[in-house]
Design a protein around this ligand. Structure first.
Ligand code: MTE
Length: 311
């Protein structure tokens, strides 16, 4: 049994009721999800997850993406630039795994992932997932609020940004041979963004521990931003006063900015962001500002009109 998928009940306005997003046959059969959860997390937890009450306020209006699609159509450039890197990613050893907590914190240190998950409230969250390439999914993560990690890290008062770094191991990641990319994959959030309720650290997907191709064993999830902000397979979380240089911004800052909030009205220089293709279906649906989470996050950006918030 892994602690990483232990569950507690969560209830918030952004929570997508499972009854809404799981029409029969649209995802893993429900019995299979719950069965996996039971074998991994113990029956006691299961009841709570299954009974989580739908919260008002946010309805995705679309079914869960099939687990098979979400785990075989991926972006993980460390393993290659194609979408079908899932087999190559199996070389990533997920255990043991430690995370370095560094920079402007009370006590820089390393934490083993199992010690970390014992200290946090694990929850299930169904989120929309919107890539800058204009495809989208709806997926059920397990994990914990990023704010819980901040509480553990204890950043000092001078910290303004959280910086997320992915593993960069050329022994298992053939993509690192493409030396023109600014490895390691690095992303960043402001401290205020990191404290937002939606900012999430995932350790599971579809009721199972996160697979390598989805950023196992631990990744960031910021559903109001384009997917490239959600750095995978985290090995270092540091705190800085200066805004970090992030992977895609360093490659093409006019195409992929630091803020990268989803906005249908701000096109990518080479394509429209007005709609998105739902993976596993032939459907295109209109994109929503902040990926539909504006009521939870728009306030973070009040008065920031000088910044390119949506690219
Ligand atoms: N993290 C790392 N380390 N490397 C990557 O190439 N791709 C990003 C993001 N995190 C990426 C990454 C992009 S562009 C997207 S859309 C999401 O991961 C895709 O996550 P998924 O494969 O789980 O859907």
């Amino acid at each position: 049994m892994s602690n990483r998928i232990r569950r507690v009940r969560s209830r918030a306005g952004w929570e997508i009721p499972e009854s809404r997003v799981t029409p029969e046959g649209a995802a893993f059969p429900r019995r299979m999800i719950l069965g996996a959860a039971a074998s991994l997390a113990g029956g006691g937890m299961l009841g709570r997850a299954a009974a989580a009450t739908p919260a008002p306020g946010f309805d995705p209006g679309r079914p869960l993406t099939l687990a098979e699609d979400a785990t075989t159509y991926n972006n993980f450039y460390e393993f290659g630039t194609d979408k079908d890197i899932w087999q190559a990613a199996q070389r990533l050893p997920l255990s043991p795994w430690t995370i370095e907590i560094a920079g402007l914190v009370k006590t820089p240190r390393r934490i083993a992932i199992d010690d970390l998950v014992r200290q946090v409230p694990l929850q299930d969250r169904v989120y929309r997932h919107r890539c800058v390439e204009a495809w989208a999914m709806t997926v059920p993560w397990t994990g914990f609020p990023l704010s819980a990690l901040l509480d553990i890290a204890e950043p000092t008062g001078s910290a303004k940004y959280v910086v997320f770094q992915t593993l960069a191991d050329p022994k298992v990641m053939p993509g690192l041979g493409q030396s023109w990319y600014p490895w390691p994959y690095t992303e960043g959030l402001t401290i205020a963004e990191a404290h937002n309720d939606l900012a999430f650290i995932a350790t599971g997907l579809y009721g199972k521990p996160l697979l390598p191709q989805n950023g196992g064993p631990i990744r960031l999830v910021t559903p109001w931003k384009y997917g490239f902000k959600s750095a995978k397979s985290l090995v270092r979380i540091s705190f800085t006063e200066k805004r970090p240089s992030t992977f895609w911004e360093a490659i093409a800052s006019n195409e992929y900015g630091f803020w990268a909030n989803v906005n249908p009205a701000v096109p990518h220089p080479r394509w429209s962001q007005a709609s998105e293709r739902l993976i596993g279906t032939d459907e295109r649906v209109p994109t929503q500002i902040y990926n539909g989470y504006g009521s939870y996050v728009a306030g973070l950006y009040a008065g920031m009109s000088n910044e390119r918030l949506f690219m």
